[in-house]
Design a binder for this molecule. Structure first.
Ligand code: CAA
Length: 382
């Protein structure tokens, strides 16, 4: 497997993503962040390019591209605006993927198509107020009554909550069966008994929306069950394997943007009679961060290639997300330090990179849960 070189198509995707990121998305990012406003304008650019459903088959309105192309595009978009990046990642990895992988033709024709080329957005509802890392500990229930499912409970930390049209929701259909009693459902905005709460006030990715969801005697038809009854936990885990490649790529984008900003600033900021770039203490900080982000990129690309090759990539996706997110946090911290007081002000984007990088080590599996996933994959049963 050649981890290192890109095909002509992948190079073209990178150039296209880089151009739109620099020219259209980056100029808007600070404003959306400051106003905590959802970046519709940026998202619409991505919809026009087919970036919101990159890996979805053309039969359902997607671009039919590979995961490595997706990773490359995610990195470029996230370097410009991490809020736009996570919106893109959730639509591609957490909503479109499970619909395509586990949905019926009828479900794909309606729901997948609507978030692939229909202008709609998708969301993924797994976490709850009392069940984040322990996803199987969820309390939301779904009971079959005649031809309908009745959902009761709540979800929390839902990216794209409120702006999405299609929601993949996990609920217990058998409360006595542990993770084997969890099933997946497709909900629509506007379903009776489905309420969306107020957006969270966050440290970073402030332009992305994150809301709670509430199900109060929410009635949905039987044919909105996604996959088989009881398969929900495995659907969630497989979906998160792919999601972790998306978030690893988002982290790479933020980290690379922070390094690029540090290099630019170090060359123009003068102290003690010349540019601060001449100080070896600062050069080594930049060198270490660049090396870590490059290593993180290689693990992420490897995970993407393994997914495309149909291999089990749970281990590599967990390593990619863990290493990239932590390298991104370190790169943003390094860049802010090199910027000094300027970096602490809102006049430079580095304070946004610093705030945005942190979430990549938390959502879609905290660093601690990913270490557990990696160790379980390595040690197996004993
Ligand atoms: N693929 C397929 N199956 C998997 C799997 C995978 N990657 N991981 C686990 N499974 C299967 C296991 O094989 C097991 O199967 P059996 O029933 O046949 O035995 C079953 O699932 C249960 O597995 P575990 O015993 O390992 O389950 P656990 O309860 O110990 O939990 C966990 C494992 C890794 C901690 C899991 O709960 C987890 O990943 N937690 C983190 C959840 C998470 O990432 N949440 C993010 C929320 S989404 C978000 O942040 C999105 C956003 O909006 C941006």
């Amino acid at each position: 497997m050649d981890t290192f070189s890109l095909s002509e198509d992948q190079v073209l995707i990178r150039e296209t993503a880089r151009d739109v990121a620099k020219e259209k998305i980056a100029p808007l990012a600070s404003g959306f962040d400051a106003r905590e406003e959802f970046p519709w304008e940026s998202v619409k650019q991505l919809q026009e390019l087919g970036f919101m459903a990159m890996m979805v088959s053309p039969e359902y309105g997607g671009s039919g591209l590979d995961t490595l192309s997706y990773s490359i595009a995610m990195e470029e978009i996230s370097a410009a605006c991490a809020s736009t990046g996570v919106t893109m990642s959730v639509n591609n990895s957490l909503a479109a993927y499970p619909l395509e992988a586990f949905g019926t033709h009828e479900q794909k024709d309606v729901f997948l198509r609507s978030i692939a080329d229909g202008g709609g957005l998708g969301a993924f509802g797994l976490s709850e107020p009392d069940a984040g890392s322990d996803a199987a500990g969820m309390k939301t229930t779904a009971i079959l009554e005649g031809d309908n499912w009745k959902l009761n409970g709540s979800k929390m930390w839902i990216t794209n909550g409120g702006v999405a049209d299609v929601y993949i929701i996990f609920a217990k259909t058998d409360v006595n069966a542990g993770h084997r009693g969890i099933s997946a459902f497709i909900l629509k905005k506007g379903d009776i008994g489905f309420e969306i709460g107020a957006p969270e006030k966050k440290l970073g990715i402030r332009a992305s929306t994150t809301t709670p969801l509430q199900f109060d005697e929410c009635i949905i038809p039987h044919d909105r069950l996604l996959g088989n009854e009881g398969d929900g936990f495995k659907i969630a885990m497989k979906t998160l394997d792919g999601g972790r490649i998306g978030i690893a790529s988002q982290a790479l984008g933020i980290g690379q943007a922070a390094i690029d900003a540090a290099i630019e600033y170090a060359k123009v900021r003068n102290a003690f009679g010349g540019p601060i770039a001449r100080f070896q203490g600062l050069q080594w900080k930049i060198a270490d961060a660049a090396m870590e982000i490059e290593a993180a990129r290689m693990i992420t690309w490897k995970a993407a290639r393994m997914k495309d090759a149909g291999q089990n990539y749970t281990l590599q996706a967990a390593m990619a997300k863990l290493y990239s997110s932590e390298a991104s946090v370190r790169a943003a911290d390094m860049s802010l330090q090199i910027h000094g007081g300027a970096g602490y002000s809102r006049d430079f984007p580095v304070e946004r990179y610093y705030r945005d990088s942190k979430i990549t080590a938390i959502y879609e599996g905290t660093s601690e849960i990913l270490r557990l996933v990696i160790a379980r994959e390595l040690l197996g049963k004993y």
